[in-house]
Design a protein around this ligand. Sequence first.
Ligand code: PMP
Length: 445
Amino acid sequence: MNAPQRHNSFRLESYWMPFTANRQFKASPRLLTRAEGMYYTSDDNRQILDGTAGLWCVNAGHGRSEIADAVGRQLSTMDYAPSFQMGHPIAFEFAERLAEIAPGGPSAGLDRVFFTGSGSESVDTALKMAIAYQRAIGQGTRTRFIGRERGYHGVGFGGISVGGILNNRRVFPQLPGTDHLRHTHDPARNAFVKGQPEHGAELADDLERLVALHGAETIAAVIVEPVAGSTGVLIPPKGYLERLRAICDRHGILLIFDEVITGFGRLGAPFAVDFFGVVPDLVTTAKGLTNGAIPMGAVFASRKVHDALMQGPESQIELFHGYTYSGHPAACAAGLATLSIYREEGLLTRASEIETYWHNAVHSLKGLPNVTDIRTIGLIAGIELDSRAGAPGSRAYDAFVDCFERGLLIRVTGDIIALSPPLIIETSQIDAIVETLADALNQVA
Ligand code: PMP
């Protein structure tokens, strides 16, 4: 590998990078070395505007000393405690603070919190909870999961099975019996939409078709991202999530919202549950839970699910599941400090205040070369490009590299550019994102 030697202290070979074309990257690496507020610093000392909140996670902006201090204090007080059959106060405290802002508010009852180490673990946890719940209520034949095409639910075997991304699935075996709804992306009917598209609620009826095909008594749960992020920002049509909820209710199927991206203010409400007003039975989170500072995830379970699993004999463990790092003290400290910042700075609703500016700024890119669709909701945007013949994904990738050279971090998936800046963004920084993107799109035309 002919990696340029930009560093004296390390070489690039040893680290096998995730979700990255390692050989391509190591031939011309992009390294970030510092982060503060809305900006990264690259290893060649350039300021890089963060258009993606890291990976949809640094909602309160970078370098928050409150989080660093809280983590440092916790590590020097107690670094780790066993998570099985032992507890520590900060995990209970963090769960209680989360329950206070639980998705859907008090009436939704989604206020029982299970800690994990990541989004993928949250997804596996929720899937297992769904199976265990069905069994606990005498519905043990319900072992099947329904996901959605173009869904992303992390990389565990559960997550790739219910997920709908070919590349994540093709070489790996999957959970038996999973099936998928169609995705809701329909550019022929819903192009250049701000907010929820008008057309497509009837796609939820796919679930009725799958019930007719498999039998409701075999289906444990349906899992969807309220807004699919990683596959290019697919926003649910008006009425779609409501319809999915109604069909689940009709057939005794649990509904899981994967809010790993949409949780903690991304849409302008604390959770997508609040934003769309549709209440699932389980909600998976991670990312913004700790502002990305320490790896952690959490599942919000409804009392219905939780209580059903608490009813066995006391000698029996209610859910045979958990992680060494469930409720890790340092992660809980990061999470508590993060929630304080969100509350004090009003960040869980900030996106709703700046959303109109965001919509208009991003949609001003309409008409630039190769832009075939733009979709925006909360502080998220997807910009879809016409693919180059024979080289799908190459145009957006070139735009990504060009943006980085110009000092902007974006994310690309196929030929779709995804934006999700920290929720502290100012209008001048929105302008900078859009201007840089326009230059890049002209460049790669
Ligand atoms: N679910 C969704 C909706 C996600 O966006 C992601 C990560 N992008 C995950 C699950 C997986 O999270 P992690 O990478 O922390 O395992």
